[in-house]
Write a protein that binds this ligand. Structure first.
Ligand SMILES: NC(=O)c1ccc[n+]([C@@H]2O[C@H](COP(=O)([O-])OP(=O)(O)OC[C@H]3O[C@@H](n4cnc5c(N)ncnc54)[C@H](O)[C@@H]3O)[C@@H](O)[C@H]2O)c1
Length: 340
């Protein structure tokens, strides 16, 4: 099978390309390098031993996207990662998010329909659940989104549902919890541009000396140690879930045209637990301080993952220790080379 990966130079896309190629799939990738670098493709080639079939395409450019897809009519399925993902930026620049995340998805679906490509795996997010009581399963209510970014994920799921009813499209929407860590080679990983919004890159950047101090936003939450709880999933486990989703589509295991799965570990870890785990695996004492709560932070969220286990035959294999160690090795690799 031939799989098109949009956003293939990005964090999750690049790890997914490795696992797809390992599983024997042919892969094509597109990206506009809005949040990634061409060097990712060279590093993917080093890991896989193959040149990545890549073209620079912006999914907002409908004509260019259609031209590309029409020239590759043998694509069997698309994995759609390309999007902007910074929650805070989406509040300041909502139209950027609606244009890219929603408009880009519409362009992609139109191009796929014209080329008779009728299988798609979509990157959704646990953010669609807002403040749900964990463990959160796929039937949890979807409240009004708290940010334009979250709204784009809700809207795209609705568009995909509608399109799957209107034509012969099969959809797997994957709601990721908190992806962290990096490939064991330390050749690919997350490259946050500017100040990271997420905990783990902030930890590793503080440990390496790029940031002076890590602020823990609040230690007076109703959790055992007072800090917020999240479900941290290793990016390689996440990548493997995409392979499982493609297998699920290929083997027609679905019972409905639109299927949705949570991707998490099913385990919640507090901010302080993550910090302690990092210190233990890296041997580095982290400079952190407790600050006030941050507006908009949910107290605790972690996934119920039974559906993915039962239907996709997938569950996570990697521990929090492996997440933190690989993130640290990646941060050190960035510091010692010119990966970007
Ligand atoms: N990382 C997370 O914490 C997380 C959590 C839940 C969901 N997601 C979703 O997963 C997907 C991948 O996230 P990621 O962490 O790999 O992000 P990323 O920014 O590393 O990767 C996205 C890639 O898409 C590319 N891109 C953006 N707009 C594009 C466009 N118009 N045309 C072509 N390429 C474009 C970027 O250059 C980047 O390489 C996104 O849809 C994101 O919303 C991510």
């Amino acid at each position: 099978m031939k799989i098109l990966v949009t956003g293939g130079a990005g964090y999750i896309g690049s790890h997914t390309i490795v696992e797809l190629m390992k599983a024997g799939y042919d892969v094509l990738a597109i990206d506009n390098f809005d949040n990634s670098y061409p060097s990712v493709l060279e590093n993917l080639a080093k890991i896989t031993g193959k040149t990545i079939e890549f073209e620079e395409v912006d999914i907002r450019d409908k004509a260019a996207l259609k031209k590309y897809i029409n020239a590759h009519k043998d694509i069997d399925a698309v994995i759609h990662f390309a999007a902007n993902k910074a929650v805070g930026e989406s509040v300041a620049l909502p139209l950027k998010y609606y244009e890219n995340n929603v408009g880009g998805t519409v362009n992609l679906l139109e191009a796929m329909q014209e080329a008779n490509i009728n299988q798609i795996v979509f990157s959704s997010s646990c953010t669609v659940y807002g403040e749900a009581t964990p463990p959160v399963d796929e039937n949890a209510a979807i409240p009004v989104a708290q940010s334009p970014y979250g709204n784009t994920k809700q809207i795209c799921e609705e568009i995909l549902t509608d399109q799957s009813k209107a034509c012969d499209l099969k959809v797997v929407a994957l709601r990721y919890f908190n992806p962290v860590g990096a490939h064991e080679s330390a050749l690919i990983g997350e490259l946050p541009i500017g100040v990271p919004n997420n905990l783990v890159p902030f930890i590793t950047q503080t440990a390496i000396g790029k940031r002076e101090v890590l602020t823990v936003f609040g230690d007076d939450y109703p959790t055992p140690d007072g800090t917020c709880i999240r479900d941290y999933i290793h990016v390689v486990d996440l990548a493997l879930a995409h392979v499982a989703a493609i297998n699920y589509l290929a083997q027609k295991k679905y019972t409905e045209a639109f299927s949705v799965f949570n991707l998490g570990t099913g385990r919640g870890n507090s901010v302080l637990e993550v910090i302690k785990t990092f210190e233990a695996v890296s041997g580095v004492k982290l400079n952190y301080k407790i600050g006030p709560r941050r507006a908009g932070d949910v107290v605790q969220v972690y996934a119920a993952c039974d559906k993915a286990a039962n239907e996709l035959g997938w569950r996570t294999q990697k521990s929090l220790e492996e997440c933190m160690l690989s993130a640290w090795q990646w941060e050190k690799a960035i510091a010692s080379s010119s990966v970007n």
